[in-house]
Design a protein around this ligand. Sequence first.
Ligand code: SF4
Ligand code: SF3
Length: 538
Amino acid sequence: MFCYQCQEAAKGTGCDVIGVCGKDEEVSNLQDLLIYSTKGIADIVVKGGLDIASLGKTNEIVLDSLFKTITNANFDPEAIRAQIRQNLEIRDDLRNVVEAEFHDAATFTVSTDASMDAKAVSVGVLATENEDVRSLRELITYGLKGYAAYAQHALNLGKEDTDLYAFTYEALAATLDDALTADDLVALTIKTGEYGVKAMALLDAANTTAYGNPELSKVNIGVRNNPAILISGHDLNDMEMLLEQTKGTGVDVYTHSEMLPANYYPKFKAYENLVGNYGNAWWKQKEEFASFNGPILFTTNCIVPPKGETVKRIFTTGAAGFPGSTHIQADENGQKDFSQIIEMAKTLPSPTEIETGEIVGGFAHAQVFALADKVVDAVKSGAIKKFFVMAGCDGRMKDRDYYTEFAKELPKDTVILTAGCAKYRYNKLPLGDIGGIPRVLDAGQCNDSYSLAVIALKLKEIFELNDINELPIAYNIAWYEQKAVIVLLALLSLGVKNIHLGPTLPAFLSPNVAKVLIDTFGIAGIGTVDEDIKLFMA
Ligand code: SF4
Ligand code: SF3
């Protein structure tokens, strides 16, 4: 195996024996083959000039194939094998209607599990020899994985975009094309970011149409004395189905990690049995699931491989999967039956309280626009000197304490704009407010970084600036998995410069590719808290 797609890649270069995330060699190799077979489908679609809108289910399966390989989403080798077989079936049907010279990805065959495993080892990341081309191909592929996840959530709510599918095929096929130069791939990387913006906008429209605009909310972090289910991940459609099915059963629902922002939506707030949020970011789940006592539903990443009896309390759905846990499949109408989770909850003790109080959030674009006058006045009067976008991911590495210290040390006339699970590094600190505007404005999940971009563009308009980089906004982003990669590419495509990325730069950036990002976009790493704050405030 060789995998370097996330921030925790072993030794900062790549996992080659077992994933730091817990992904084993079998699953890692199979995920490589899954991506390869997906690229094979793209090769046929592009060479055949196939009509994307008429591809129907194929478009959805391509999204799902990408999503299943995201860090911490699916650890189940049988689920990955089944997805590969499904891809090969679709691929072969499509190939029968197109005459062209195809790439091996579009033609290879595997008949047994053993031949699948044998093929998988030859199609991984290292199969591309030139390290710069490899770096760019992977950067594009990770961006696609990130937005595929967002597009799938939008699709689950009935919203899709043929242009997005078309670009997905174009970009996947391009990563197989040896004729493309590094310059071509750099251009495609930025284009991937543009489609990332489209995917996030699509999901924003899907979520807000279905559940209303997130609004200023106080989210309880304590517990009640009822049996309960913990729901994690990013899929709001699953959230709705769970709340509907638990309503009136005496079973409470709590959010975990990236599902926290569900508490900001008017439609979800109306459920009496949605109690609040339990715990912190994904990586603390081992301890937090033990004290939660009840069953846990994962709608997406981030799963930490559970030990012992916990595996039986874990349920997965959508692209998520873990061997030994129960996977809940949607029926042909997209409906899911969560009754076995509810029945299990009734037999287990209520959650043990680990903290009390509340978190304030709900500052997606509509809520910030509602406060626009106040915000603009505060900027004009100098009460707010600068905004810090600290969106992205959290992770278990010790050096992420930097973000807690950074938030604590920021001057009192600054405001943090956040989204994603990165917020757990500082969202329970008493950072106060500026004239009633909280100093941490949480827009929501990582995909809601879209809101932060919309807010920045609105401020640019209000202040009549020519360039988004003239705004008093600094970007100090924490990344972990591939959704943060698409958020970064999206910001670059919008022209945002001088983004600081930490806690370490991606292992998949070759020195030359890193240099292009540094020279063209002013991308930088992080230093010490004091130095960085001085630099940002200068
Ligand atoms: Fe390693 Fe990250 Fe890949 Fe897991 S996802 S194998 S931790 S690089
Ligand atoms: Fe977190 Fe996995 Fe990235 Fe959606 S849940 S931000 S790490």
